[in-house]
Design a protein around this ligand. Sequence first.
Ligand code: FUB
Length: 340
Amino acid sequence: TAPPAADSAATPTAAKPKFLSAPLVRDIYTADPSAHVFGGRIYVYPSHDIDAGVPEDDNGAHFAMRDYHVLSMDSVGGRVTDHGVALDIKDIPWAGRQLWAPDAEFKNGTYYLYFPVKDKQDVFRLGVATSTAPTGPFKADPQPIAGSYSIDPNVFTDADGQSYLYFGGIWGGQLQRWRGAQYDSTVAPNQPAQAVAIGPRVARLSKDMRSFAGPVQEVQILDENGKPLLAGDTKRRFFEGGWLHKYQGKYYYSYSTGDTHLLVYAVGDKPTGPFTYKGVIMNPVQGWTTHHSIIEHKGKWYIFYHDTELSGKTHLRNVKVTELKRRPDGSIETIEPLVT
Ligand code: FUB
């Protein structure tokens, strides 16, 4: 992520926007909501935005978050509980700064929290922390997941029990700096427009959910002609915030296009892709960043997302939820988060 100073990129200037949905919580700023249904209840694992007084830069240094809170609710529209601090950066032995968008999974009787944070060399890595409760407290493993890098982890467990970790984000998320396992901090954020766009990464998780069970693969996202999306195709190419869900036997990979502020999706036949671009899930929210998750609960599908309604500041966001609707062919209707 690399937001500009103001929210002007995504906010109509003519009139004060009206919002499709209300913030889930108002006492703290929250973003990047990863929602899951555990034991019939909805749990949301968001970033906890704070104003840390860190000057803004192109790498998103002002997103200087230091802990996570877990939110939960019986159902969408029900009372939302903030369960307090679930993990603090001071309890992650290898962490340097910037606790960004997390995700969670339940397996083996354990809740696993996956999180990105810069290590002491200022390189983003992914960590895992465990708890016996969905709300934590979580205890972080002493080292990052071996072979992990960049940001925005998302875990998906298929019907056969195999779990996959998707991750990555360009620009401030550092994904462009990685060639295989090699890191080069001098690589520029933008690729040439005609280059094949950098893809998110996916790796199988081991049975204990704490390491990769196979190689890290780059996920291919193709256009309608089966050609990989190009870096200059900024309204369709992957930027950050990937999320995998399954619907009627198909794998839906959705993500943020970053600097064009869209949430879009692509569909494939396997969890590791390739995925074919299909369309826009959500038009720009108020605020530079856009990040989401998708779940089914009580027979309806929902998208959790964030905007900056409460603060008007791009690094102080608030999570929201609205219904996700599909057409009979499985395609997703585009949501307009700002009502005119
Ligand atoms: O919250 C920090 C970063 O902003 C996330 O990792 C990105 O997805 C963007 O929402």
